[in-house]
Ligand binder design. Structure first.
Ligand code: FAD
Length: 468
């Protein structure tokens, strides 16, 4: 280790979605001497053939959009996104059924490439910040020490290390965060991680001739199959990124069981026939792409005085079934930023007092909400893989849309509160439980006939239980 000590003001570990967004907001506000350290090389996605073939996309919703607006980058992001207005459910006999997200057809999610989103934000930060932010690529943070607030930075190519001291360290280094790992050695630091028995693999439906879309373009496609499912989100080049969520283990219907190209081929041909027909590179993709795990991480506190704070997946990795991990990470960013500027009272210098107060306020604001979305994300896994094909579930959704239409602003579905509003997640969870009570009451005597839903009873239940 070379012991060249460098003194820095704000060191951000991880130039992923959360880290880049925070650097943009802080520098736009006038903070300087911000250094962002990223483990991956700058041009990873263009230069390595294994990355070139893969395009991972994410569903961006209102919460994330709010932060991107505050950062001034939303116009650029909208140009590289595709609106998704609902779910297209594909059954095993290749029939499709479109379920709009909302009774209001203007509401949609945005499908956006993780790589492009990240690049746009970093480009914007570099362009707009002058020398207030510096990005460093291909360097890994290790051995964080909160006594003197220092960390080791390893250059991944040369393997050279240096020790850096900093005023404050932001851990935006994802689900397996090195900053969080150091925090877990602090006294009374709570920590848990749990894995689903399912993993995931990304696959591809390429564009048709002249960049045409081979499935309906403006939808999130789902192939629910009980114990597992596949989804697909559109990309701007006409392709779709598919993700198979599938058990790791098991004698049949598991990654372990699909142990030959022939078995993979037969499985897709039988289980996802309409997708299979448009997946010419399926077998090669299945071999080449990794099988990854799905983790929920909880920890608390999220800060060490004014010395360090966690944001995004580093603070709360969640499973992806509400499409909210990035959105929650962006919400963290905006909340933390607002706490910092309020506590700093106009100053753009680091202050122990202001940053301690800001970090404390932020973690109290956000912890209950990240716990709520973590729980709802696991529940939504069951909903997406299993219930979207269930008759009662589908009927309740219809009734829900009827209530949203008839009782606008009084009855709002949990999905809508999460994806199309910035209502705190914990509040959305509370309202969602009441909504379920109302729906269960209303469907009792309707016998799957939407015309038999008693709207007077609905009106009373909404008044009584939701107080609206
Ligand atoms: P990351 O994006 O993971 O960024 C962390 C960065 O830190 C990375 O660039 C990494 O290279 C770097 N890093 C890590 N360790 C170090 C180190 N020691 N030193 C330096 N740098 C380091 N969310 C949604 O909102 N919508 C979706 O549709 C959605 N779909 C998903 C689908 C799947 C299959 C998965 C797995 C997740 C999905 N998510 C989705 C969640 C979303 O990807 C994450 O919540 C989001 O990426 C979190 O952002 P982050 O900046 O906290 O972490």
């Amino acid at each position: 280790i070379s012991t060249v000590a460098m003194n820095e003001s704000i060191s951000i570990i991880g130039a992923g979605l959360a880290g880049s967004a925070l650097s943009v907001l802080l520098s736009n506000h006038g903070f300087s001497n911000i250094n962002v350290y990223e483990k991956r090389p700058r041009e990873t996605d263009q230069t390595l053939p294994q990355n070139r073939a893969r395009s991972i996309n994410l569903a961006l919703s209102d919460r994330g959009i709010k932060t991107l607006k505050a950062a001034g980058v939303i116009d650029e992001i909208e140009k590289i996104a595709i609106p998704m207005k609902g779910r297209m459910i594909h059954s095993i006999d290749s029939k499709t059924n479109f379920q709009p997200y909302s009774s209001n057809s203007d509401k949609h999610l945005l499908s956006v490439s993780r790589q492009l989103l990240n690049e746009k934000m970093r480009d914007y930060a570099e362009r707009k910040s002058g020398d207030r932010i510096k990005f460093h690529y291909d360097v890994s943070c290790r051995d964080v020490n909160f006594r003197d607030n220092s960390f080791t930075l390893v250059n991944n190519e040369t393997k050279e290390s240096k020790r850096i001291t900093t005023n404050t360290l932001v851990g935006s280094d994802g689900a397996f965060s090195a900053v969080r790992q150091a925090m877990t050695r602090q006294d009374r630091q709570e920590y848990s991680q749990s894995f689903l028995e399912h993993g995931y693999k990304e696959l591809c439906i390429p564009a048709g001739p002249n960049g045409t879309f081979l499935l309906e373009r403006e939808c999130l496609h789902i192939w629910p199959r009980g114990a597992y499912m596949m989804i697909a989100l559109p990309n701007i080049d006409g392709s779709f990124t598919c993700t198979l969520f599938f058990p790791f283990e098991g004698e049949t219907n598991s990654f372990a069981a699909l142990n030959s190209r022939e078995k993979v081929d037969n499985f897709f041909k039988t289980i996802f026939p309409d997708a299979y027909a448009v997946m010419p590179t399926l077998l090669d993709d299945f071999d080449a792409n990794p099988t990854s795990s799905l983790v929920t991480v909880k920890t608390y506190p999220w800060s060490v005085g004014s010395k360090a704070v966690l944001i995004g997946d580093a603070a709360h990795a969640i499973v992806p079934f509400y499409g909210q991990g990035m959105n929650a990470a962006f919400e963290d960013v905006l909340d933390l930023y607002q706490c910092i500027i309020e506590e700093s009272k106009g100053s753009v210098e680091f202050s122990n007092e202001a940053f301690t107060a800001a970090y404390r306020r932020y973690q109290i604001n956000r912890k209950k909400n990240s716990d709520a979305i973590a729980e709802m994300a696991v529940e939504n896994f069951i909903e997406m893989r299993d219930k979207v094909a269930d008759e009662m579930f589908v009927f309740k959704k219809k009734v829900e849309h009827l209530l949203e239409e008839k009782f606008q602003l009084r009855y709002i579905s949990r999905y809508e509160l999460i994806s199309f509003s910035t209502t705190p997640y914990s509040e959305a969870q509370r309202i969602g439980l009441i909504n379920q009570q109302i729906l269960s009451e209303l469907v009792k005597e309707a016998n799957f006939d939407i015309n038999k839903i008693d709207l007077t009873k609905a009106d009373n239940l909404i008044k009584q239980l939701l107080g609206k």
